[in-house]
Design a protein. Structure first.
Length: 431
């Protein structure tokens, strides 16, 4: 193993690492703070960079704090528990501003409006891995950072009390050998009251009838409202329960099924909807990447027409039910991809909402958006790099301005204690 190198950390970057320099190399290491002098043990050395882990903190930052989680630094879930929460928000805003400038040549000098969350107990959805342990039984937890090795846990400070309660029950059942062999993953999702619970359980291969196994799991976890068991080898599913839970957001109640995505911060869902929808009203709104209709249902109340586009079959099924139950006058669901929908859409909307996956919006879809020329675009992004790329197409830079300009930029901290950045950008069409 190479000898440790001494580095001064200059700044934090997206991905959870700090950045410094040493003898012509850019050096990256996790769990550090700006201005700390640290000894780093190199793990990967290339021509221009070194990636390593901290062997010793020679001069810790005055801001450094003790992490409240006993698994921090081993578990791959959190990156920032050594940083006070108010500083996490500041660092994320700096990283967002720098990423937009560096990758998109977007020099936003205005305010980045912060939307902080309670820093712990916020997650309403988690995915736990299960693997055999050295005691001959199985353990549950998260993968260690950068590996497929399990970090066994008994509690998780960023998860809601309900999720920690069911985690404790599963830990006990695993230790007692009362759960089926071959379990590999459990995904748990709690409702807004932190009471109702949905489980997705994956197993290597069912040793017996799948229906019988699902019934057994429900009897061992009686507080679960609905459960799906997935036999991965046979690619078969068995449902025990209604197949969804209900989630209240403001005046609306959403049906969310086993295979549908929903925002994971139980404290910020209402505020996120209010920020996206704002004061928008008008004739026509398009909600692209609509999911289960988190934004579609309130928009359908405010616009004469609402078109919701969602290609995922499970989410589209929930979206259809949620639009129907919303009581909106004329919601319209298009179960197709955003690219396919925009290819044949020519009417000019008052508002377009974009909530894409981490890959962002395709260049083809952005070109069509520019052509149909909506008055306003609201873009909710979970990846600042793809956001910068897409905004460069829509906004351009100071020397080559394009069709849209940024009117608001928000940092909605959906994932405290982690490096993840959720940004909301409101764009208005240039005159």
């Amino acid at each position: 193993m190479p000898n440790p190198i001494d580095v001064r950390i200059e700044k934090l970057i997206y991905g959870g690492e700090g950045l410094g320099h040493h003898e012509g190399h850019t050096v990256f290491a996790p769990f550090v703070l700006p201005d700390e002098n640290v000894s780093i043990e190199p793990l990967e050395t290339r021509k221009k960079f070194i990636r390593g882990r901290v062997a010793l903190i020679n001069s810790p930052s005055a801001d450094r704090m003790a992490a409240p989680c006993p698994y921090f630094g081993v578990c791959g879930g959190c990156n920032y528990q050594h940083i006070p929460y108010e500083l996490q928000i500041q660092y994320k805003a700096q990283i967002l501003r720098e990423t937009l400038s560096r990758l998109g040549q977007l020099r936003w000098e205005g305010q980045i409006v912060p939307h902080p969350s309670p820093p712990f107990g916020y997650r309403n959805r988690v995915q736990w891995k299960i693997a055999p342990d050295e005691h001959g039984s199985s353990s549950i937890g998260y993968f260690q950072a950068g590996s497929q090795k399990l970090c066994a846990i008994e509690q998780c400070p960023i998860s809601s009390p309900r999720l920690n309660e069911i985690l404790g029950a599963i830990v006990g059942l695993l230790r007692a050998g009362k759960l089926p062999a071959g379990l590999r993953e459990i995904e748990a999702f709690a409702d807004q009251a932190d009471a109702g619970l949905l489980l997705n359980i994956a197993i290597d291969a069912a040793n017996g009838p799948l229906e019988q196994m699902a019934t057994q799991l429900r009897s061992q976890l009686p507080s679960v409202d609905t459960l799906v068991l997935h036999d991965q080898r046979a690619d078969r599913f068995e449902l025990s329960g209604p197949g969804y839970i209900s989630y209240r957001v403001g005046e609306f109640t959403y049906r969310i099924g086993h295979l549908s995505f929903f925002q994971v911060n139980r404290f910020l869902v209402d505020e996120l909807v209010r920020t996206v929808v704002g004061e928008a009203r008008g004739r026509l709104a398009l909600d692209l990447f609509a999911g289960v209709g988190l934004f579609s249902t309130p928009l359908a109340k405010r616009f004469e027409r609402l078109i919701a586009v969602e290609s995922n079959v499970a989410a589209a099924r929930d979206l259809e039910a949620n639009l129907r139950e919303s009581g909106a006058a004329s919601p319209n669901l298009r179960p197709t991809t955003v690219e396919a929908f925009l290819e044949h859409w020519h009417e000019k909307p008052d508002l377009v909402v974009l909530d894409p996956p981490r890959t962002g919006v395709s260049a083809r879809a952005l070109a069509r958006l520019i052509k149909i020329a909506p008055k306003e675009i609201v873009y909710l992004s979970c990846d600042p790099a793809t956001l910068a790329r897409d905004l460069a197409i829509l906004v351009g830079d100071s020397e080559n301005p394009r069709n849209y300009q940024i009117s608001e930029l928000h940092l909605v901290d959906i994932f405290p204690q982690t490096y993840h950045i959720e940004a909301l950008v409101r764009l208005s069409r240039r005159a």
